[in-house]
Design a protein around this ligand. Structure first.
Ligand SMILES: C[S@@+](CC[C@H](N)C(=O)[O-])C[C@H]1O[C@@H](n2cnc3c(N)ncnc32)[C@H](O)[C@@H]1O
Length: 274
């Protein structure tokens, strides 16, 4: 029987910092022992692991893929909502009314998709434009994340009432969701444009067909400077020369990339390649 709350000692914490950075790119920093304890205790309980040193050994051995999956899942933050920060979606809409919307097949990547709200918000913007215009935007969206659990959720596209009450304009709820019991399910007309799959921004091979738009928001804040630089460089390599990069409202490319320049669009900044 595993004790209720297991404590992490300094040595174990230092080892965990290295492992977490290697597996997910996430920088734990100092004095986050409380976070490590609160996030990993449920995992240790589920897998009947007593003590952080045993957890570390099991992760290092790498045999139990489910454990590794849960371990990464526990230390990453999945907070998201529909139309998060609103202005990036207004900017995207504006750009789509111009040349961006004239692409033969528009390819968009939601690079830390979490439970899917970002990808579905993008699809709703496009569908809304398409409803008003005879020239339809032909598009596909790829949503990726390191965590299988959030991707499963995203694939289902069924949201609870508290989730659809956060950020989602009311009229979109009736337009793009079907009521299913107590949940609200994304309509197939949106879903069919979106694929969700697992991808690790740190260790993944960026062998994608190029994108016209990349949303990489609220994930690199957890990475150290070196990994930030690396990821922005790789994103640039899969973004078309006339493509757009969207980052989180508290994020900046200063110090991390010279490949991109800022462009003001609709009360926010988007990034284009130099
Ligand atoms: C805070 S959410 C952001 C979701 C959305 N982009 C937004 O802004 O609302 C961050 C997501 O990044 C994912 N993540 C963390 N490290 C990652 C990595 N190395 N590769 C891919 N995804 C990662 C987490 O699993 C989590 O779902």
């Amino acid at each position: 029987m595993v004790a209720l709350t297991q404590k992490v000692n300094t040595r174990e914490y230092e080892q965990l910092k290295v492992i977490v950075k290697k597996l997910a790119g996430v920088e734990l920093g100092n004095n986050k022992q409380y976070l490590v304890e609160s996030r990993f205790n449920p995992v240790m309980k589920e897998f009947n692991i007593s003590g952080f040193s045993n957890l570390i050994n099991s992760i290092k051995m790498g045999r139990d893929k489910k454990l590794i999956e849960k371990f990464i899942d526990a230390i990453t933050t999945h907070e998201t909502l529909f139309f998060r920060d609103r202005t990036p979606f207004d900017a995207l809409k504006k750009l789509l009314m111009g040349d961006l919307g004239k692409k033969r097949k528009l390819r968009i990547w939601s690079a830390a998709a979490s439970t899917g709200q970002e990808a579905y918000s993008i699809a709703m913007i496009i569908e809304d434009i398409n409803k008003r215009n005879s020239n339809k935007i032909n598009y596909e969206i790829l949503g990726t994340d390191i965590s299988e659990d959030v991707l499963e959720y995203a694939k289902k596209g069924a949201y609870r009432s508290y989730e659809v009450s956060r950020g989602l304009p009311k009229e979109y709820l009736s337009k793009y969701f079907d009521r299913e019991g107590t949940n609200y399910k994304i309509k197939n007309e949106l879903k069919r444009h979106i694929t969700f799959k697992k991808f690790n921004l740190i260790t993944g091979l960026y062998n994608f067909q190029k994108f016209d738009v990349v949303f990489c928001r609220n994930v690199l804040i957890y990475f150290d400077d070196l990994n930030k630089k690396l990821v922005y460089k790789k994103i640039a390599s899969v973004l078309n020369d006339d493509g757009y990069l969207f980052i989180g409202s508290s994020e900046s490319l200063i110090n991390y990339s010279t490949t991109f320049k800022k462009q003001a669009v609709e009360k926010t900044f988007v990034y284009t390649k130099n």
